[in-house]
Design a protein around this ligand. Structure first.
Ligand code: HSE
Length: 330
């Protein structure tokens, strides 16, 4: 992550750009994450009285008082750093859809932590931010990807989170199908059995391990066989009409591999960017979801490689929207 360490001016503002993420990639439940080039931007500065301004189509229902997640995580950074800055002016624009399995809350947490840390001169290390973010989000896969970019392989033992970042293969492109309904992570975790068989555990350890090895060594041919899961997707399929068919058949229509993105409902296909079957895959996804009367938006994305960035080229005399014009999707 990039850092801007100008500390003193009371009227100073910082800007961060933080990527969306997908978690699990099928078998890597709570373990494998990948950052995606869909972003949220945050402007943060000190203020006499807290004000929170939200922009874009993806901010409905987000709090604009001191219960706002970005405001709250900023206060955690200040507390950890031993400083007091209770009043903040925050502006946020997001292209990341809420509650769809694309890591919108992880992005808000990571963006808020990175902005607050930069605002006070970056006293906290990347590792401290990762530990804080994991404690807040509960799973290291989404927050690790938003923080560090690329592919993140991680675990959390309840005390410390550990990770290794892997550079995504240049050939990988991502097609997401984002249904027009929300699915809370809590609900999608509630349907999972508390206990699993040894057979399922061995299945996932094997598939997740081979998937990571394939992604690290450029063995794209192995992805269709490795990107399979027995721990969560079979139980979540009832919550996402069309998912079971898409998981079973997308590789017959040009996908290298397919998975529920995080806790869903978005579905994600990994695709070789030189594939000649992209239109076929799009049509298969749309037709399958239409049969289930599910409206969805398809988006072609790329892995994000940089993770959260503190931006130094923005003009403090302009609004956030003026600064990000030309860079946003919405
Ligand atoms: N790994 C999580 C899950 C994603 O599948 O429930 C949400 O952080």
């Amino acid at each position: 992550m990039g850092v801007n360490a100008n500390t003193n001016a009371a009227n100073r503002k910082v800007y961060v750009k933080v990527p969306a993420s997908t978690a699990n990639l099928g078998p890597g439940f709570d373990t494998l994450g990948m950052a995606l080039d869909l972003y949220e931007w945050i402007e943060m500065g000190f203020a006499e009285q807290t004000k929170i301004h939200l922009f874009g189509d993806q901010v409905e229902g987000i709090a604009t008082d001191k219960t706002n997640l970005i405001y709250k995580v900023a206060q955690l950074v200040f507390e950890k750093a031993g400083v007091q800055h209770p009043e903040l002016e925050i502006a946020m624009y997001s292209d990341i859809p809420l509650t769809r399995g694309l890591g919108s809350s992880a992005a808000a947490i990571v963006g808020g932590l990175a902005a607050a840390n930069a605002l006070i001169g970056s006293p906290l290390s990347d590792d401290t931010l990762f530990q804080l973010a994991t404690e807040l989000e509960d799973h290291p896969d989404n927050v690790g990807a938003s923080l560090f970019g690329g592919l993140v392989v991680a675990f959390w033992d309840g005390q410390r989170a550990e990770y290794i970042r892997v550079e995504p293969d240049e050939r990988l492109e991502v097609l997401v199908a984002i249904p027009h309904f929300q699915l809370a992570t809590e609900k999608a975790r509630h349907v999972l059995p508390r206990e699993q068989s040894l057979t399922n555990a061995v299945f996932n350890v094997g598939h997740s391990s081979v998937l990571v090895a394939a992604l690290c060594t450029g063995r794209l041919d192995m992805i269709p066989r490795a990107m399979k899961d027995a721990l969560h997707q079979p139980y979540r399929a009832a919550l996402v009409p069309g998912l079971a068919k898409i998981l079973a058949e997308a590789t017959d229509h040009g996908a290298l591999g397919v998975a529920l993105s995080g806790a869903g409902p978005t579905m994600l296909a990994l695709v070789d960017r030189s594939s000649s079957r992209k239109a076929e895959l799009e049509q298969f996804l749309l037709d399958t979801l239409a049969t289930e009367q599910i409206e969805a938006t398809l988006l072609w994305l790329n892995p994000d490689r940089g993770g959260v960035q503190v931006l130094t080229h923005f003009d403090a005399g302009c609004t956030l929207i003026e600064n990000i014009k030309g860079d946003v999707r919405g």
